[in-house]
Design a protein around this ligand. Structure first.
Ligand SMILES: Cc1ncc(COP(=O)(O)O)c(C=O)c1O
Length: 465
């Protein structure tokens, strides 16, 4: 029996998710217990089916529940050690979870890099130099917007490589997308409450904006990115988009659509949030310039990250605020200090200032292009014409669509898990709209070419035999 706390401002699906998760972790819902159907739980709680479905999808994506075709959702069988430690301390459960992840032989996570690609020696050298030169600064808090010299370097880099036009005073150094969005959400909340997201799309923006009480409007994605006609038919006044490499489907928004999107924002007095997360990694043809550069005085918030090319563990990203929002930013966050470590910022600044960043970028593009090509070749070799590859040619993942296979996504995931292959389900990126075939995300960042091929072969055997 679930009891929803009416005093909590959490979105309903979060409340349902947390209650079921806690019941699983506390043993109240033992492994193999069948959950109420989406319809029955929605009726029992007087909430919409979508709300329950969203909570179930989250539990499924995190491995707390599994699904049996035509039967329903069941509590997963979990490692007892994981279970016991979760009971003692929820924080520990996360550590155990990542230990569990290490048990996979092949990791197709779409956002992981290979450990060897991080420039360890160079980073150590520059970090030590910064420590010697700047140690006196360690006695102080940093300014909210981050290190000014680093902001200058980012501004120069964005101008020449991404076509972004801004001044260092518009840049805020953040500790990842979640941090940037948590800063922008309260700023936007002053005048906006309805926000459009790509469907499928990244799950972090949905979660952050819901936590700030935005109503989310899922907008379907077509071969040109977000469906602008659909967007126009909604009442949203803010949109979160990934125009240069739609996440997760990989399409590029053509310039005509970018201009229409800018027009839409002007018409509704709205704001565009442009997430340019992996634009550096385009393997064929020219890089796609950022949308922000088409209308630098427009209400466009631009976001970028060092996670894709340098390291997701450093937690350094940046956002460019339009002048229209800068005053509110200063008003709301005047007493805040930065979330990003001073030494990491200084080291990154040195890396960029001395020209190492561009060199590293070129190197990473070559490394990840080879991995990308190895993945595509391996898929063709093992799967032949039984699959479609969606979103190739850029970034760190593709989407694999199985055409003549009747296995559901849950079955594909579960067979992969049993074969020690780690995958992320595409369904975790959807709010409503779904493709007609089973689709799986395949990241190629963390494995070498041989492992990629062996992993693909393992998947083929798991799914077809
Ligand atoms: C769509 C999208 N945006 C942004 C990011 C980067 O996030 P962060 O800077 O928090 O590492 C990712 C990482 O996978 C992503 O998929």
């Amino acid at each position: 029996m679930l009891i929803l706390d009416n005093n909590s401002r959490q979105p309903l699906h979060n409340k349902i998710y947390h209650q079921i998760k806690n019941q699983i972790l506390s043993g109240k819902l033992p492994p193999m217990t069948k959950l109420l159907s989406i319809k029955n739980l929605a009726n029992e709680l007087s909430v919409s089916r979508n709300t329950v479905e969203y909570a179930y999808q989250q539990l499924y994506a995190e491995g707390y529940i599994t699904s049996k075709p035509r039967s329903g959702y069941y509590v997963s069988v979990m490692d007892p050690e994981f279970f016991a430690s979760s009971l003692r301390h929820t924080g520990t459960s996360l550590e155990k979870n990542s230990d569990k992840e290490k048990a996979y032989s092949f990791d197709f996570h779409p956002a992981c890099l290979s450990a060897e690609s991080f420039p360890v020696n160079l980073w150590r050298k520059l970090y030590t130099e910064c420590l010697k030169e700047d140690y006196k600064q360690l006695a102080f808090y940093g300014s909210q917007q981050g290190d000014l010299a680093l902001r200058h370097e980012i501004q120069k880099y964005l101008a020449h490589s991404r076509g972004v036009s801004c001044a260092p005073e518009q840049i805020v150094i953040c500790s990842g997308l979640q941090d940037s969005l948590s800063l922008i959400a309260p700023i936007l909340r002053e005048h906006h409450s309805i926000l459009a997201v790509e469907d499928p799309g990244h799950f972090i923006p949905k979660s952050v904006f819901q936590n700030y009480s935005f109503s989310l409007v899922p907008i379907p994605v077509n071969q040109d990115g977000i469906d602008l006609e659909y967007l126009n038919s909604t009442t949203s006044t803010v949109v979160y988009v990934t125009p240069s490499h739609q996440f997760p489907l990989g399409c590029v928004m053509p310039v005509a659509n970018r201009l229409k999107l800018i027009e839409w924002a002007e018409k509704v007095g709205g704001v565009i949030i442009e997430d340019d997360y992996d634009s550096e990694l385009r393997y064929y043809g020219k890089p796609i310039p950022a949308l922000q550069g088409l209308h630098s005085r427009g209400n466009i918030v631009y976001m970028g990250t060092f996670s894709k090319v340098l390291s997701p563990a450093l937690r350094v990203s940046y956002m460019v605020l339009p002048y229209q929002l800068l005053t509110t930013y200063h008003k709301i966050f005047k007493d805040y200090s930065t979330n990003v470590s001073f030494l990491e910022q200084r080291t990154l600044n040195k890396l960029m200032e001395l020209g190492y960043w561009e060199r590293h970028l070129r190197k990473m593009r070559t490394i990840y292009k080879k991995k990308h090509d190895a993945l595509i070749q391996s898929i063709h070799h093992h799967f032949g014409s039984q699959v479609n590859i969606i979103g190739e040619g850029a970034g760190l993942h593709i989407v694999l669509e199985l055409v003549g296979n009747s296995l559901t996504e849950e079955e594909l995931m579960s067979r992969a898990r049993s074969s020690a292959v780690r995958l992320l389900p595409l369904s975790m990126t959807y709010l409503h709209h779904r493709g007609k075939h089973s689709q799986i995300m395949l990241g190629f960042g963390s494995m070498n070419n041989l492992e990629i091929d062996q992993g693909i072969q393992r998947l083929y055997q798991a799914w077809y035999f």
